[in-house]
Design a protein around this ligand. Structure first.
Ligand code: GLU
Length: 479
């Protein structure tokens, strides 16, 4: 069975690139019937923060793509230390007693990268003696120097890679303070956790040579590697919080009103696309279509919105989210709208209780023009609350000649009419416009403005029935 891991370091907010890696790991696991391990790479105690860990877990939970197992690397330190000692005992690693800061790589004339050659060649007896006398040391991997060769692998995305031993330095495994390095902890855990596929950012590609050497030395099977192309900002530089701001952090997308399925669809297309070039895909369709071999080798670009005042996120992300927002069954959408309404202090329990059916109809009618959940409160307040404002364009529709008068008359007729349906309202409105010899559009636009404060919205007669007779009559009268 395939086992893949996602291994974030809790040293910053969950980045959209990290989330993209997670989505690819998840899709790979699900589409091959495998398992996904979430491993928090928290070995660097000095740089870990609780805030970062929270952001990672919150962001991943929000995506609704569950993992199968979870580990904290820091809890496994004794295992990492034992592995380094075993390598030392086998002679595959050695102690370097030079002060850590002084241990600089030296590259001779095309020769091997050696850390303090004297240390590499120190006899076992001398090394043990210095260690037991309490002298601090770093444990380094002894990269084979004798034979010419090197390390090669076939990346599932980036194809064949090879590096000569002579170009790989004797990298550290255990620091003088007893902490394992990333290389050691990562490979020990990948080996012990039975990881079959390592899927991670392209920035780790060059680490893979070291990891293969280490895994081999420890007697583990070599997993397959798949490196994912980088994410760039619109300026062509590597996407970063510092340069590209809040669009880089995942929880911001949640707060902006994205649906997990919409955001995940967007992430899935950053560096991959299905054979038939579809763009709008549900989670199930993505699982069906995903193939790691089809990941692109070109960097993916995250665009930034340009219209002033609009959300600065990639317009494609907003568009894709709109596709999901409009096609999801309303009942499935309800919990997200509820969470968003609660956040804006708009929620009333009757929306999921006595008035649930009505609420679902309202969401269904309103969403046709929306892309983000956050637009429900901004653009649809009049449907859920009686105090709402008027947009200038809506006011202009009310200010046209005689419109207010006619709307008051319409209110009276609607009140008297025996029925209150889209058809009966339309009938009353058209009769009135014919009598007054004005275009029906004048009254249609006027009533939409009076009822919702907005110049646009769902079909005008639908607005009447959504609001219900009492509110319609009261609002038309109040113009
Ligand atoms: N903790 C590393 C990172 O966040 C993991 C890299 C890897 O997947 O091996 O970049």
């Amino acid at each position: 069975m395939n086992r893949v891991r996602f291994a974030p370091s809790p040293t910053g907010l969950l980045h959209i690139g990290g989330a993209r890696t997670y989505v690819f790991c998840w899709l790979f696991a699900r589409s091959t019937g495998g398992q996904l391990v979430l491993r928090i790479d928290d070995t660097d105690a000095g740089r870990n923060t609780q805030e970062s860990l929270r952001s990672i877990l919150d962001g991943l939970e929000w995506l609704e793509l569950p993992w199968d197992e979870q580990h904290y690397q820091s809890e496994r330190r004794p295992i990492h230390v034992r592995a380094a000692e075993a390598l030392l005992a086998k002679g595959v690693a050695y102690r370097d007693f030079t002060a850590e800061g002084a241990a600089e790589a030296e590259r001779g004339e095309g020769g091997p990268w050696l850390f303090n050659p004297g240390m590499r060649d120190l006899g076992a007896i001398e090394s043990d003696r210095r260690a037991s006398s309490g002298e601090p040391f770093v444990i380094r991997f002894r990269v084979p120097r004798e034979q010419p060769g090197g390390v090669g692998f076939k990346d599932l995305v980036f194809r064949k890679h090879f590096r000569r031993f002579a170009d790989i330095e004797d990298f550290a495994l255990l620091r003088a303070n007893g902490h394992p390095t990333y290389h050691l902890a990562s490979t020990v855990d990948d080996g012990e956790m039975g990881i079959t596929h390592v899927i991670r950012g392209q920035d780790h590609l060059t680490n893979t040579f070291k990891h293969i050497l280490l895994l081999q030395a420890m007697g583990f099977d070599r997993p397959s590697f798949a490196h994912l192309p980088l994410l760039l900002g619109p300026d062509g530089s590597k996407l970063s919080k510092r340069r590209h701001g809040p669009i880089v952090s995942v929880t911001n997308y949640r707060d902006m009103g994205f649906l997990p399925a919409g955001f995940m669809n967007y992430l899935s297309l950053l560096g991959w696309s299905p054979k038939d070039n579809r763009e709008v895909l549900t989670v199930e369709q993505l699982v069906d279509a995903f193939r790691i071999e089809h990941v692109l080798r070109t960097n993916a670009v995250v665009q930034v919105g340009e219209k002033p005042g609009e959300t600065q996120v990639d317009p494609k992300a907003v568009w894709l989210n709109g596709q999901h927002l409009r096609s999801m069954p309303p009942a499935q959408l309800l919990p997200y709208v509820e969470a968003y309404f609660r956040g804006s202090g708009w929620w009333r329990d009757e929306f999921s209780g006595a008035r649930r059916e009505w609420f679902l109809e309202a969401i269904d009618a309103l969403r046709s023009r929306l892309n983000l959940l956050s637009e429900f409160p901004v653009r649809c307040r009049a449907y859920f609350h009686d105090d709402f404002g008027f947009e200038p364009k809506a006011l202009a529709n009310l200010d046209r000649d005689g419109v207010r008068d006619m709307l008051r008359e319409l209110a009276a007729r609607i009140e008297r009419a025996p029925d209150f349906t889209e058809q009966s309202v339309e009938h009353e409105l058209r009769m009135l416009s014919a009598e007054r010899e004005v275009k029906a559009g004048l009254l249609i636009n006027g009533s939409r403005a009076a009822l919702t404060g907005q110049p646009v919205g769902p079909s005008a007669f639908r607005v009447f029935t959504l609001l219900g007779k009492d509110r319609v009559v009261a609002r038309l009268r109040a113009v």
